[in-house]
Design a protein around this ligand. Sequence first.
Ligand SMILES: [Zn+2]
Length: 326
Amino acid sequence: MTHAKEHTVNLRPRLMSFCFVLLCAALGVAQTPAAAAAKSAAPRALIVVAHPDDESCFAATVYEITHNLGGTVDQLVITNGEGGYRYSLLAESYYGVALTDEAVGRKMLPEIRKRELMEAGRILGISNHFFLDQRDVRYTQDIDEVLEQHWQQGVVLPEVTRRLESGNYDYVFTLFPTPDTHGGHKAATLTALQAAQQMKGAKPVVLGCQWGQKDGSRQPSWEGYKSEAHPFRTLPGEYTTDRTVKFGFRDAISYQTIVNWEIAAHKSQGQMQNAYNHGELEEFAVLDDGLTDEAARAGELFKALQETAAHPRRLPADVPAAHLLK
Ligand SMILES: [Zn+2]
């Protein structure tokens, strides 16, 4: 694995826990013993994405897996996110760094965005983060530019494969590779699919995410990106998490709040902050990875999520306050 380099930027909180997670990533530590013990009963999922913030597409689904089903979700991020400096204006004073200056932004954002992702991960209940620290050079829709020019050759696919093989995951969450999505998104998803296809033995179900609106004003197309060099199939069937399910006192609460918190954690990404309360539905299709039971396994997961959606985890009344402040 290519790892985070030495970080010298002087940012505030939770340096120790952040370093610990990086150390875990460096050592390939994948899960806590408790998570391992719970494996058979609860789903295990790995997020594979190009950028720190791409998990927003399925933030409510991840929260429900970790909180309602007692599952384990890890996240692997391929790039260092340095290309996200253009919308960082409001984050300049927050972090005290001239992030919209390209040279400064590219130097400082990799660490800042890791910290933002750790905060987002705490909200969603993500157990472990793994960083491949590939360069986030520029926006392009060209998957081959990303795979051949931006990312180190011969690094990403073996690392994703190694993570999948050592993590014993049931599901992989990715962004669905639409024709017009970022080349990094296409590359991350199709690399994850290829890694799953290469696995021997039990393989995870690979799910591609898009967001939609309940009134149909935005409905995902599952046509997908077409390329002879990067072929993939999308199975029929669509699976949905509804962020707007209401619960709690006077049914006033919904998972939109969780998604908004997750978005707010990515403060350096100013444009993303406009996504509060957008996207009522997290919609998924199975990307064919050569199994025969993907549809059934995906169906099981989303049935369990729907059944538990209105019952997010509560803490016992006598939980020590210190637990909440960790
Ligand atoms: Zn992205």
